[in-house]
Design a protein around this ligand. Structure first.
Ligand code: HGY
Ligand code: MN
Ligand code: MN
Length: 416
């Protein structure tokens, strides 16, 4: 089997990335293709067509995950597959490449494999997962639904008053949330999962290295903090008679930030969402909802800081905290890291091993003991989750080529 016959085409990949970036363009403020919004639905239709053109059998499951399957021409058609893919949704006013690079690189890799004429001994699947970013609630929804890892009632929850939940948005696109159980697949259907993703950090670019071999992904916790106060007239209520929810929330934010900083560099925390109700200039805030995101390479550090934060919240009158989700950190499969490294060496591509501070659907597969690997490419300026997220096209092509080579290598290796 001569892997070098598998040759991706940079121009095709570049065009796909440009075309996909059209969906959700937000008046010059980046891409707003949040899960199952109109732009996301349109982008999914576009991507399904691209998968069909590539000769994949295309399905959409009850969680709106897209599945493109390339059956084996020599092995059993219902045998366990090697899967690749990522997500198509973005954060609000996000970048063009978070998630998008992964699904487009996977598509280009499968095209190149098909065009090479190599007959792989096992099926390949391209997976596009729903709501990886968690714009509705907890994130990595599609991959967790696939392995029956959803929390009780999760689809009916949202992060704030008046925000839509996944059950509503799945219904809006004609799906029946009651049938979510049909999404569940057995881990035995998968030999491995590989995800290509932008690094979303500065390491690879600062080293001038085009490929990152991901060793693991950090522990992650997301929490909802609610603070109650008393609404009232902004003009007639004396200051000493007020119970201003936003002033109380401000105290929590400052103290929480100090607690995270004092825990040292192994943990990061962000309060990226804050909703004030009723949120009107001449009404004293009656309620504040805040969403907190905590991440650490060390589970113990995350747990001890979270404990401190719970104490801070509980020391504030009428304030409470609930866990949205905790996702255990995961390690990537050594055999897959080795296969990615071989692919790089064979083509003389420099690589560097590193950890991911970002969460991905690739966190779900190791929980099912499915060997998992991630390939990173550099981000310009290390920026992501913002309108100026950017990559170099040649790096995207290198990532797709390494993915294609590694998929082939793993397919034949499994047969040895
Ligand atoms: O939030 C994250 O880490 C990822 O970009 N979803
Ligand atoms: Mn992502
Ligand atoms: Mn993201």
């Amino acid at each position: 089997m001569d892997i070098t016959t598998v040759q991706i085409q940079e121009s095709r990949l570049r065009q796909d990335l440009l075309d996909l970036a059209r969906f959700g363009e937000d008046q010059g403020r980046g891409i707003t293709r949040t899960a199952l919004n109109d732009a996301d639905l349109a982008a999914r239709q576009w991507f399904k067509e691209r998968m069909r053109e590539t000769g994949l059998k295309v399905y959409e499951d009850a969680a709106a995950n897209l599945i493109g399957r390339m059956d084996s021409t020599v092995g059993p058609t219902d045998g366990p597959c090697i899967a690749t893919g990522s997500h198509i949704d973005t954060v609000a006013q996000g970048g063009k490449f978070d998630g998008a690079l992964g699904i487009c690189a996977s598509l280009e890799a499968l095209r190149a494999i098909r065009e090479s004429g190599l007959s792989l001994p096992c099926p390949l699947e391209l997976l596009v997962f729903t709501d990886e970013e968690g714009s509705h609630f907890a994130g990595t929804f599609g991959s967790r639904a696939m392995f029956n890892l959803l929390q009780e009632g999760e689809m009916e929850k949202s992060r704030g008053t008046g925000m839509t939940n996944l059950a509503q948005d799945l219904k809006r696109m004609g799906k029946d949330p009651q049938k979510i159980g049909q999404v569940v697949r057995s881990p035995s259907e998968f030999r491995a999962f590989l995800e290509v993703h932008i690094e979303q950090g500065p390491v690879l670019e600062s080293m001038g290295i085009p490929i990152g071999i991901v060793e693991g992904i950090v522990h992650l916790g997301r929490y909802l903090v609610r603070v109650e106060g008393k609404t009232g007239h902004a003009g007639t209520t004396p200051m000493h008679l007020r119970e201003d929810a936003l002033v109380k929330a401000a105290g929590i934010i400052t103290t929480v930030n100090e607690a995270i900083l004092s825990a040292g560099p192994e943990i990061v925390g962000t309060i990226g969402e804050l909703r004030v109700h009723p949120g009107i200039i001449n009404v004293i805030p009656g309620e504040v909802e805040m969403a907190l995101d905590l991440r650490s390479v060390k589970e113990a550090t995350l747990a001890s800081v979270k404990k401190k934060i719970v104490e801070i919240v509980h020391s504030t009158d009428k304030a409470k905290i609930e866990t949205i989700i905790t996702k255990g950190g995961v390690k990537m499969d050594p055999g897959i890291m080795e296969a990615i490294e071989l692919s790089c060496r064979q083509r003389g591509i420099p690589f560097h091993r590193l950890w991911s501070g970002a969460g991905h659907d690739a966190m779900t597969f190791p929980t099912q003991h499915i060997p998992t690997g991630m390939i990173f490419i550099p981000c310009v300026g290390g920026k992501s989750h913002c309108p100026d997220e950017a990559i170099r096209c040649e790096d995207a092509a290198t990532g797709a080529q390494v993915l294609a080579d590694t998929l082939v290598r793993m397919a034949f290796k499994a047969e040895q």
